[in-house]
Design a binder for this molecule. Structure first.
Ligand code: HEM
Length: 398
């Protein structure tokens, strides 16, 4: 295993492009021990293994299987959400929401399309006068969508945006410097508790109401705290990541206008979206680490039971051992499935919605504003969450 000297060379990636450091890690220290019991994995096969071998690599949640004490390893703010849980709690939560979530999305395409058009109007107007920043649109589309699915009042949009922004750790692109978002998480949880209470008196046809009905009918299949944790997870996971994907997509369209033609039909649009998710993973590493249930050897490095093992998805997605010219954006490329949605039992529940929303918004952009170009360099966001903090664009024909 490699070391990086007395100063923390990994800090470099906090202020710049993480990919050169990922490359160094993959080649020199693919199982890199940092901060005591934390190990970073940067090779594709190692990351995939840790994500898929569930019996060996546990999620850290506050509710580990009996006899194991992995609970200390979960970032406190995430300790109750689904991605931090193990069976039987994880299985219960996932079973309660997966089918219902998919059903709620079915038939939503016309609604989404209308929302997309509505949100475009002010942007088109701004662009008729000059430069527009695309990040507010990139956030509003997925935020309004998840709030619609959950039936949260439209008037709470700014509140929900502010709470989620506070929870989302502003860490560097490697695990470690997460800010404590605990207070904001409590505020969001309180807010969702109130929404649940409201549904008990006045149920609707939204996903929250349906989960409340499921809880009332069989509380043992969906306990109240798990219901609220599901809602919290969906709200926190439901839009900043898609926004990051949309921002990255717009920047890549500007950089490679000829490749944007992939967005013109649904099959190739899927390839475009998959490639942008691989090329610059919106979530650079899993929200929570995995905890080996027993001592395990990865890449020749012995990792003790109870350590934290963190798959760096953004690094695995650029592994030259599995991807041809990994640092290039090549929609339609061959290669294994990217790890941007994780893998195995915790595979992203929102993956289909992500594809739908990113492809719809970028496709609409291409149809309605085909002459869009970059007005000023976009500002990259550095952290677990990628994407951009500003994407200034303008039209060449007005
Ligand atoms: C571009 C957007 C997104 C990316 C890159 C992304 C990425 C991920 C990743 C990497 C995981 C795996 C976590 C792990 O293994 O520890 C995950 C899990 C999850 N995602 Fe997403 N996500 C996105 C959007 C969404 C959306 C829109 C939703 C819901 C509306 C969502 C809901 C979830 C949930 C509930 C889990 C936990 C699943 C489980 O533990 O069984 N995600 N996501």
């Amino acid at each position: 295993m490699g070391t990086m000297g007395s100063t923390d060379a990994l800090a470099d990636v906090h202020v710049g492009d993480p990919y050169p450091v990922y490359e160094w890690l993959r080649e020199t220290a693919p199982v890199y021990r940092c901060r005591g019991d934390t190990y970073l994995l940067t090779r594709y096969p190692d990351c995939r293994r840790v994500l898929t071998e569930r019996e060996l690599f546990l999620a850290p949640g506050g509710h580990p299987p009996s006899g194991r004490t992995a609970g200390h390893a979960s970032p406190p703010v995430l300790s109750r959400v689904m991605s931090s849980q193990n069976p039987p709690r994880h299985t219960r939560m996932r079973t309660a929401v997966a089918r219902r979530f998919a059903e709620h999305l079915r038939g939503q395409q016309p609604w989404l399309s209308r929302l997309c058009d509505q949100l475009f109007e002010p942007v088109v107007e701004t662009l008729s006068h000059g430069v527009a920043d695309m990040t507010p649109l990139a956030e509003a589309f997925p935020r309004d969508t998840i709030m619609h699915v959950l039936g949260l009042p439209r008037t709470d949009r700014e509140l929900v945006s502010a709470l989620v922004a506070d929870i989302f750790p502003t860490s560097g692109p490697l695990p470690g410097s997460e800010r404590d978002g605990g207070a904001a998480m409590r505020r969001l949880t309180d807010y969702l508790h109130r929404e649940v209470a409201r549904r008990r008196c006045a149920p609707g046809d939204d996903l929250t109401s349906e989960l409340v009905r499921a809880h009332t009918a069989r509380p043992e299949a969906l306990p109240h705290d798990e219901l609220v944790s599901i809602l919290t997870g969906l709200t926190v996971a439901g839009f900043p990541q898609i926004a990051a994907g949309i921002e990255t997509g717009i920047v890549l369209m500007n950089r490679h206008p000829e490749r944007s033609a992939f967005l013109d039909d649904p099959v190739s649009a899927r390839m475009f979206v998959d490639e942008l998710l691989r090329y610059d993973a919106p979530v650079q590493f899993t929200p929570a680490p995995r905890i080996p249930a027993r001592t395990v050897v990865i890449g020749g490095v012995t990792i003790p039971a109870g350590a934290r093992v963190w798959p760096v998805l953004g690094a695995a997605n650029r592994d030259p051992a599995v991807y041809f010219r990994p640092d290039e954006f090549l929609p339609g490329r061959r290669g294994p499935r990217h790890l941007s949605f994780g893998g195995g039992a915790h595979y992203c529940l929102g993956a289909e919605l992500v594809h739908l929303e990113i492809a719809m918004l970028l496709g609409r952009l291409r149809q309605r504003l085909p002459d869009l170009v970059q007005a000023q360099p976009p500002a990259q966001r550095y952290g677990r969450l990628r994407g951009f903090t500003s994407v200034p664009v303008m039209r060449t024909e007005r």
